[in-house]
Design a protein around this ligand. Structure first.
Ligand SMILES: NC(=O)c1ccc[n+]([C@@H]2O[C@H](COP(=O)([O-])OP(=O)(O)OC[C@H]3O[C@@H](n4cnc5c(N)ncnc54)[C@H](O)[C@@H]3O)[C@@H](O)[C@H]2O)c1
Ligand SMILES: O=C(O)C(=O)C[C@]1(C(=O)O)C=C[C@@H](O)C=C1
Length: 293
């Protein structure tokens, strides 16, 4: 599909794209671009055979590259667009994997004035709490969704080709607006991460006095898994999408207050109804998760 794919940020997400693209034989060459401080991770990507070459120099990385996917934390995207600007190739396709889309589009606007028509914002709805290229998996995107959020000026051919790349590595592509993406993901990804970080932080402080973690089992392990996620990545996501996240935190506080009142009132029926409704809602989620088509 492409002669040379350049991944900027060859960590979990970028490394998984590289591995999958190589496994499917979709590009002749896969390379990585990063900063001097990213060199140890990039060298590891080279050793693991995830990429063919690594660069810290954008001019060298961009030479002959016809597809670029930016897979760095969303707070770094503006600096990356500025780094790419002198070498921007109108014939190439550019995209990203950032967890927020409004902030990425704003970052592109800040650098280019208008978002280039060959930049296709996208977000794979698949990941893990682990970071770095060692965590990358060739099948991470298989049977998972990727949301593509084209802008009115996005070149449809670029959007189609990028979507085809994702489909050929096993993903199901959904198209939506940038705004709708950020509203939806605030609810199902950003708020849950804040809740997990908040609960584990609160209990961690208790654990300093008492040994509560020792007696936690599978339920706590499942609920707390995402609190192992990368703090830089989540700091960037939460600040970038705070206008969507803050109202959800407020709504959640009201919801918790209702549970407190049910307990205060020993209202067994209300508790049963609330738990039953949530159990059914989770069943609906599991059905769409297992069949993302
Ligand atoms: N982890 C997930 O579950 C997940 C899922 C979907 C999307 N995302 C998004 O994908 C992106 C990458 O996440 P990840 O989990 O792969 O993180 P990661 O930490 O595994 O990888 C990010 C890589 O970017 C490099 N990097 C950081 N700043 C850089 C810069 N300024 N220039 C060049 N390289 C830089 C780091 O060295 C690292 O190798 C983020 O935007 C994140 O929001 C993550
Ligand atoms: O499974 C996980 O660990 C994830 O956190 C993946 C997850 C999420 O579901 O919230 C995290 C961030 C994303 O942008 C997309 C996916």
């Amino acid at each position: 599909m492409f002669k040379r794919l350049c991944i900027i940020g060859i960590g979990l997400i970028g490394g998984s794209i590289a591995k999958a693209v190589r496994a499917e034989g979709l590009c002749q060459q896969v390379v990585a671009l990063g900063r001097e401080k990213n060199l140890p991770n990039m060298q590891r990507a080279l050793e693991l055979g995830v990429v063919d070459a690594v660069y810290t120099d954008a001019a060298q990385a961009m030479a002959g590259t016809d597809c670029v996917i930016i897979c760095t934390p969303v707070g770094s995207m503006q600096a990356i667009f500025a780094q790419l600007k002198p070498y921007w190739n109108p014939q190439a396709i550019y995209s990203d994997a950032g967890s927020t889309k409004g902030s990425v589009v704003e970052a592109a606007r800040a650098v280019f004035g208008e978002v280039p028509s060959n930049f296709v914002p996208a977000h794979p709805i698949a990941g893990a709490e682990r970071s770095g290229v060692e965590a990358a998996m060739a099948d991470l995107y298989r049977n998972r969704r990727v949301i593509v959020t084209p802008l009115p000026n996005t070149d449809p051919q670029a959007a189609d080709k990028l979507s085809e790349l994702w489909q050929r590595i096993g993903a199901s592509v959904s198209v939506m607006t940038v705004e709708h993406h950020d509203t939806v993901l605030a609810a199902t990804s950003h708020l849950p991460h804040i809740l997990a970080f908040a609960l584990v932080g609160m209990l961690g402080r208790k654990d300093e006095q008492r040994e509560i973690f020792k007696y936690a089992a599978g339920g706590f392990k499942d609920f707390s898994r995402i609190a192992s996620s990368d703090p830089t990545m989540w700091q960037d996501i939460c600040l970038a999408n705070k206008q969507e996240i803050i109202p959800l935190i407020q709504q959640f506080q009201t919801e918790l207050g209702q549970f407190e009142r049910m307990l205060q009132a020993d209202d067994a029926q209300a508790l049963f109804d609330a738990f039953s409704y949530a159990k059914q809602a989770r069943q609906r989620f599991l059905e769409t998760f297992d069949d993302p088509t």
